[in-house]
Write a protein that binds this ligand. Structure first.
Ligand SMILES: C[S@@+](CC[C@H](N)C(=O)[O-])C[C@H]1O[C@@H](n2cnc3c(N)ncnc32)[C@H](O)[C@@H]1O
Length: 301
């Protein structure tokens, strides 16, 4: 309802026809500024087009604008303790288990894994960014160890406590998986080009600004990735209302608080495509809807 595929297409075409859109960049600092600016310009032009459109279009644009929030999730706030954040990521893990999310994530990641394994004749090396509890990385490691999935997997997050805790669980479960501390939009200061074939991020894209997401996609390409796969909730009114209600079943107010903000900050699919096209102009970018309620960004470098 608030994806606006036609409006976004028209707004982007109009901006491109005027020239200098989405903009040029050479350094990461320039990319961040250009991506933030391009997204803002797309949203402004979209609103202008909607203002001259039908009553329905104007109403949907208003709903979209009212939904957007600058508020931050507890997970992103410096004044919230690591232990409290950890309870939230574990509640998310339990929701992921209940919704069979890890099977769904694998479904979207598997073609990239098989593509790399076939092409390189070795296991595909996957880096999960913003892995939180680390349970998807661990599930992939288990599939590699027990079912022969051709993959070597590393998890990463910016929060040291999650990384330490996930490493302990990997060791306790005797899984060939490790977790490292990593800022997802500052990859090049830590990684050596060629370290990983596939960069994967789940349910976290909305934690990043357009500029940060653009840097992530561009840096994965510069670090030698063949694929970047990003899965996030799909922007929509049903999701904005339904997700907090669903998470209320967890009886964890902090988790419900974050879910209510999460659903208001998802990018639309056209916005994700714009950001990735700008960050990786020579790559093949696609963004698809996936049930139940996901958008999947796939960049093939
Ligand atoms: C909603 S959780 C998602 C966790 C996990 N991917 C999942 O699906 O269960 C968002 C994660 O993004 C991480 N994060 C936020 N900013 C980050 C950054 N700059 N670099 C790496 N991770 C970051 C948070 O620490 C948190 O673990």
């Amino acid at each position: 309802m608030i994806q606006f595929p036609q409006l976004n297409r028209a707004a982007r075409a109009a901006l491109e026809s005027e020239g200098r859109f989405p903009g040029k960049w050479e350094t990461m600092a320039e990319l961040e500024v250009v991506a933030d600016g391009a997204l803002a310009r797309l949203r402004t032009r979209r609103a202008e087009l909607a203002a001259g459109g039908s009553w329905g279009e104007r109403a949907r644009t208003l709903v979209d604008r009212l939904l957007w929030t600058e508020r931050l999730e507890y997970l992103d706030r410096d004044d919230v303790s690591a232990a409290r954040k950890q309870r939230i990521v574990h509640a998310l893990h339990r929701m992921n288990q209940g919704l069979l999310s890890y099977h769904r994530f694998l479904h979207h990641l598997r073609p990239a894994i098989e593509h790399v394994a076939r092409r390189e004749r070795r296991a595909a090396r996957v880096l999960e960014l913003a892995s939180g509890s680390g349970e998807f990385t661990l599930a992939l490691g288990r599939l590699a160890a027990r079912k022969g999935l051709p993959v070597e997997v590393t998890g990463s997050d910016i929060v040291p406590a999650y990384v330490a805790d996930a490493n302990i669980r990997a060791e306790a479960r005797r899984l060939p998986v490790r977790f490292v501390e990593l800022n997802a939009f500052d990859l090049l200061s830590t990684l050596t080009p060629g370290d990983y074939d596939i960069y994967f991020i789940a349910q976290s894209i909305h934690h990043f600004s357009a500029g940060q997401l653009a840097m992530m996609v561009a840096q994965a390409g510069l670090a030698g990735a063949r694929h970047f796969v990003g899965i996030d909730g799909r922007r929509g009114l049903l999701m904005a209302v339904g997700l907090p209600m669903f998470t209320a079943l967890s009886l964890q107010p902090d988790f419900v608080h974050d879910a209510a903000i999460t659903a208001r900050r998802f990018y639309s699919e056209a916005e994700l495509a714009l950001i990735a096209d700008l960050a990786a102009p020579d790559a093949d970018v696609s963004v698809a809807r996936a049930e139940p309620g996901y958008s999947v960004l796939h960049v093939r470098y």
